[in-house]
Design a protein around this ligand. Structure first.
Ligand SMILES: [Zn+2]
Length: 136
């Protein structure tokens, strides 16, 4: 069962592998796993998904990207998010290459189109900071 915020929303539980990502988000910085041979990847995991080596490191990312695909949750598929519908969930193609799934904030769903430029935004919920995106 997911950890819930005081406002009822589900929260991620940082792990030793992902803690640096959430620490950077708290400082309003986006960082991505970077393999010295294959470059950036996302999501964070113990082994590079291309070469399977573990010597990757974190590198800063611009926080800029474009909407690769999106959907609008109007029904609250997670009952804990019923108070937040409608909201846009998007696959963001980052400038660095990887795609990141995130909620697009500060817009109405009808404003979002595939290919639109977006930039990272950060939301503090209790003691965790979540990476969101907004239209740039
Ligand atoms: Zn690699």
């Amino acid at each position: 069962m997911a950890k819930l915020a005081t406002d009822g929303r589900p929260l991620p539980s940082p792990t030793p592998t992902t803690q640096a990502f959430f620490d950077a988000a708290k400082d309003r910085r986006l960082i991505l796993p970077h393999c010295p041979r294959k470059g950036y990847f996302f999501y964070p995991r113990s082994h590079c998904p291309c070469c399977l080596k573990q010597d990757w490191d974190w590198k800063p990312a611009s926080g800029r990207g474009t909407v690769y695909a999106f959907t609008v949750d109007r029904m609250g598929h997670d009952p804990n998010l019923m108070n937040w519908v409608p909201y846009v969930v998007a696959a963001i193609e980052l400038e660095e290459g990887p795609r990141m799934t995130a909620i697009i904030v500060d817009c109405v769903p009808e404003d979002v189109r595939v290919g639109m430029p977006v930039e990272a935004s950060y939301e503090d919920i209790d003691d965790v900071t979540i990476v969101r995106f907004r239209l740039a």
